[in-house]
Design a protein around this ligand. Sequence first.
Ligand SMILES: N[C@@H](CCC(=O)N[C@@H](CS)C(=O)NCC(=O)O)C(=O)O
Length: 241
Amino acid sequence: MHPANGAAKHTEREEVMKLYEWDFAPNCRRVRMFLLEKGIEIPKEECITPDIALKDPFLSKYKHAMVPMLELDDGVQLGEALSIWIYLEALHPSPPLLGTTALEKAVISAWERRAYDEGMIGHAEIFRNSHPQFVDRGLPGHRGPVPQISALVERGKQRVARFHKKFNEQLASNKFVAGDKFSVADITTVTVVDFGHALEMPIPDDCPHVKRWFDEMRQRESVQKSFPTHMPDGSPMPIAA
Ligand SMILES: N[C@@H](CCC(=O)N[C@@H](CS)C(=O)NCC(=O)O)C(=O)O
């Protein structure tokens, strides 16, 4: 599963891992980009219906009802992109994406969390509380109805504005989001910025440092190759990588 210098570098255990995902979902792209950076190949199964819902049998078998989810050969189910990264980084330490020293690990996890909280959740608030196919699905991971709250669209916009400002300041003096090395903090931030493009909320003009960083990120193979290829109904993505 790990083609390094032409030699397979994997264990029997990894042979039957399976990643359940949605091609167009930003949280799934966080894992896809990580796999591409590491050169790890894991079989994937897309479990989405054309109207953007989780499909059976995935929905019946995974009680947390969210993607991404990595299933191991013994049936252990790892949810949450962060947990999947931690597991895979332990198996495939090179290149390190979660940091190596105590300080690097702490700084990377802080910036990754800021990208997730301010950026991912901000965009998700806008998307889930306004999209017609998410009526009664205002939050992921809940089987019962979760009504949309229209006020959260405005709150999401304010959160996204804070995300751009905060990250513009950080990227003014740092090549990458968490300092001088590419890390999972960049991975989450790339997926957030492209989530914004999908929602027609581009990087604001007064955030030149985020633009500089994103132009550099776009040159990376993992960023290009992890970009969604199709919409939930199978039609091509309306926006390009
Ligand atoms: N905290 C989770 C979030 C996962 C999440 O929100 N996944 C969304 C897709 S991006 C999902 O599963 N949605 C299912 C649904 O809308 O029913 C993570 O970091 O992996």
